[in-house]
Each structure stands twice: as C-alpha cells, then as structure tokens.
Design a protein around this ligand. Structure first.
Ligand SMILES: [Zn+2]
Length: 509
C-alpha cells in the first residue's frame, strides 16, 4: 500500500492552514493560472511559478499523484494591444489572429524555456485559451440561461447580485458592490466590484470570434473557469496563483464556475506572495525589472535563483537582492560539497570518540522527521532547510572523527535525493546556455500558417537553415520567397543582419 504523508496548506478561502484531502483519495487536481504570453516573465512572476512547483513536488514526494493543469493566456487586452500595432486599419480578422498567434507562440516557447532552466516540472496539460473558445461560450450561455449573466450591446456581463457568495475569497463587504453597473476592464481593484465582463463585444482593430451575442472575444476571467472545468472536471482540489490574482480574477472564477456548476468548485485556494527587488517594488521605471535572462547575463545560474526563492517561505514578502543570491550560492556549494563527501569512500578519520549518543542513522532519521514536519506545515522551507543544514554540520563533524561507513553514507545520499526531489537544486547547476536552446518540446506552434514543432522554433540549426534558404531565394532573385522567409524568421523573434561582407548574421529580438 502506498504511504501518503499528510500535508497542510494555508487556504485563502478559510484563512486557515488545513490538511489537504483530495476528493479522489491520493490524487490531487491542481489548477494554476498560467502566464499571459506577450512578454518575458519577470522574476516576480517566476516566484509564483516556483512556489507552485515546490508545492507540486512536495505533494509528489509525499506520495500523492498530481494532475496539474496550467493555462496559457493567449488572448487578453495586453496581448491584443502589443500584437496589433503593426497592422493596417483594414487588416482582415485572419491577419489579426495570425499576428496575435505569432506573438503568443513566441513567448510561450520562451516561457517554457524559463520553466526548464529552473527545473520547474512541466504541467500535465497546458491549454491555450484560444483553443477553448467554444467551451467559454458554452459556459457563458449556461450563466445567461441561469439568469447569472446578461447581454448588453454585444457584451455579456456576470450579475454579481445573482451570486450571494460573491466576495467570499477576497472577503468583500457586499454593501459596497455595484450590481447593474458593468465593468469592461479585466483588472480593477476591490472598490470597483461591479458586474464584470464575460464576453467583450468586437472593437475595431481587434481579432474576434463569432458568438450568439455577435462577434467578440472572451474576457480574461472566463478563460480559466472554462479550461479548469473542461480539463479537470467539476472539482479542483487546489487552485494556485499569486496574491495579486485573489481579486478580482479568482473571485470572478469562483462566481463563474460555481454559478454554472451549482456546487463548490475549488477546495483550497493557495496564493504566493510578491517579490520586491532590493527593498523596492519592481518596476520598469526604477530599472529593477529583471527577467531570468537578465540574471543569466549577470552570471547567475537559474538554479541559484530557484534556491534563493525557495529558501524563503512562499507566503512572506520576499526581498530579492544580489547579496541574497550570493548567500544562496554559498548554501548550495555547502550542500553539494557534503553530497560529494558522502559519495566518496575512505575519508581520513581523525580518530577519537564521538561524545554524543546519536549514531549517524538516528541522526538522519531525526533530520528526515524535522524536514517533513516543516514541509507538511504549509511548506515551511526555511525550517526544512535548517534541518538539512543541522544534519550536514553534525555529520561533517562526526565524519572527521569516526569515518561514516558506506551504508551510512548511502543512507545520507538517499535523504539528499529525497530532499532534492523537492528543491531540485542539488547535485548541480543548470547549464548556463540552457536558455539558448529548447530541448524535447512536445507541442507544435503555427507560424505563418505552417505548423512547426516548438523545439524547432528556437533551434540554431533551424534558424541557420531558414537563413540559408532565404539566401538561396535571394540569389535566385525570388524576392517573394526571400521576403516570406524573412517574415517567418521575424515571427520566430529572429532579426537578420545583412553584413558588409555579404554574409548574414542574426540575433534574437
Ligand atoms: Zn486564472
């Protein structure tokens, strides 16, 4: 029989730390709000994805099976704003969709690269919102039929007055809510709790889909409800995201999903805190806005960043600093050096006796118990790591006097593997060029109407072969083909540089 360790997490819904108890015993269904793919994820976003990975790896190490769904938001206000700028006013709907897909395909690939570089386990399913528009329309129609939503001028809004539980997650005061007043923006603060948009009527310059309410596109909130229900069923054990999503996004997800299903949807809402940079809020204007690639350029390994984030508790505001990264690097060196010592035989013992009563195996068991007690208590990583470092100090000292046996060393290595299945930071770093290439990407993307594998999109061989094909087209004075290939490369984020000597160089945009 499989042994499963009990794990407790802080549930934003009840404001309590609760033991998880999945509806299907032993199998946890997790939904995570994924990235909005119009730009690189910044390190604040990455903190959220790292906390989700830590939680998932802890559940796996504790013996649970995990079914993890993380969406890709590939249609949304900011995506449309950034993807349509170069298009003429009379661009066709097809051209608008294609421009949007080019932008989102590119940043999806780059996001997956970030995940891999930080050893974040790929979710089991990563649905793209644009692949589930039909499900969104069905969900909206269901809410309209139940009187929980209404159409107005081609848009559809959720009627918050029809859902008495509205405000349960963010603990809103119903007094201040304005039902009947409708809100078109996807992001707004608590003082603006109004009927929110489910379907947005077409605006000029935007890609659209047909619907019973006229051409338009989904609002952001309905995307997650539709994909969550379609892919995980009518019940989710744990829904995660950053604290910034509690209101309005997650509040609205509850209203939509429970309004349609007619029963509770999510057992636990688990949220990760923000990240500050050197004591300040991260912002482009302050120049403290970093992506993972920025850190790598500064010589910081993605795994060092991972460890620096995870050595702090996920619910505490984290002040990211370059000093902190140095400390993380030192801690990792210490764990890796200890691991190496345990791998090797024939340590020179200094002789003498060990005064304390605990033998290494007992010591190890004590550390394992302390480690798991901490992780089971709302993922208390600082305490769990403290247990590991206590073990390292004690065993190093003991090994100096009376060398540990091979069996004792193997038992210690087993514990290091167990802890690494959660922290994913030892025995080694990520290769520093991990962000320059994509390996083993299963998905395909449509670029310029052609379906290509994600792995191909960023492989240097693929880029070189397209450049060579373009050069051949130019030599043959086939300008249409040469332009088409240049555009395809542009869609992949590759900018060509025609050099004076006649060769062609390239760089990533
Ligand atoms: Zn979401």
């Amino acid at each position: 029989m499989r042994i499963i360790r009990p794990i407790s997490l802080y549930n934003t819904l009840t404001r309590k730390i609760e033991q998880i108890s999945p509806i299907i015993p032993g199998e946890v269904k997790v939904y995570s709000c994924g990235p909005t793919v119009y730009n690189f994820a910044h390190i604040g976003n990455l903190r959220t994805f790292l906390f989700q990975d830590l939680m998932k790896r802890t559940l796996l190490a504790a013996g649970y099976e995990v079914r993890h769904c993380m969406n890709i938001t590939d249609v949304e206000d900011k995506i449309i704003r950034d993807s349509q700028v170069d298009l003429p006013a009379d661009a066709t709907n097809e051209a608008r969709h294609a421009a949007m897909n080019r932008l989102t395909d590119r940043y999806t690939v780059l996001f997956l690269e970030d995940l891999d570089a930080m050893r974040i386990l790929r979710p089991d399913v990563m649905p793209k919102a644009t692949g589930h528009i039909g499900q969104m329309k069905i969900l909206i129609q269901n809410l309209v039929d139940k009187g929980l939503a209404y159409a107005r001028e081609g848009s559809v809004y959720f009627r918050i007055a029809g859902f008495p539980n509205y405000g349960c997650l963010a603990h809103l005061d119903r007094e201040g809510m304005q039902s009947g007043a409708s809100m078109d923006a996807d992001e707004y603060d608590k003082d603006h709790a109004q009927d929110f948009v489910l379907w947005k009527a077409a605006k000029t310059g935007e890609p659209t889909w047909d619907s019973a309410w006229g051409p338009g596109r989904p609002g952001w909130h309905i995307e997650c409800s539709a994909m969550g229900i379609e892919l995980l069923g009518g019940h989710v054990d744990i829904h995660t995201g950053g604290v910034d999503l509690i209101f309005p996004h997650h509040e609205n997800e509850i209203a939509q999903s429970e309004g349609a299903l007619g029963h509770p949807w999510v057992s636990m809402w688990v949220h990760g805190e923000f990240l500050m940079v050197e004591g300040e809020k991260m912002s482009k204007s302050l120049g403290n806005f970093y992506t993972l690639r920025d850190l790598v350029e500064k010589g910081i390994n993605p795994i060092t960043f991972r460890y620096a984030i995870q050595s702090n508790h996920y619910r505490k505001l984290l002040n990211f600093s370059f000093e902190g990264l140095k400390a993380a690097d030192n801690s990792l060196k210490r764990i890796r050096a200890f691991r190496k010592r345990m791998e090797e035989d024939g340590a020179q013992a200094g002789g003498g006796t060990w005064k304390e009563a605990l033998d290494p195996v007992q010591r190890l068991e004590k550390a394992r118990i302390a480690f798991w007690e901490a992780m089971a208590d709302d993922l208390n990583t600082p305490e769990a790591l403290a247990a590991l470092f206590t073990l390292i100090s004690d065993l190093n000292a003991q090994d100096d006097r009376i060398a540990l046996t091979r069996e004792e060393r193997d038992a210690v290595l087993g514990f290091l593997d167990e802890t690494d299945s959660i922290f994913a930071a030892w025995p080694h770093e990520s290769p520093m060029d991990v962000l320059a290439s994509v390996t083993g990407l299963p998905a395909t993307a449509v670029l310029g109407g052609v379906s290509v594998s994600m792995a191909e999109i960023l492989s240097p061989e693929r880029i070189q072969s397209l450049i060579a094909a373009r050069q051949a087209a130019r030599d043959a004075r086939n300008w249409a083909e040469s332009d088409r290939l240049r555009d395809q490369l542009k869609a992949m984020g590759i900018v060509l540089e025609d050099r004076k000597d006649g060769t062609v160089g390239w760089r990533r945009a």
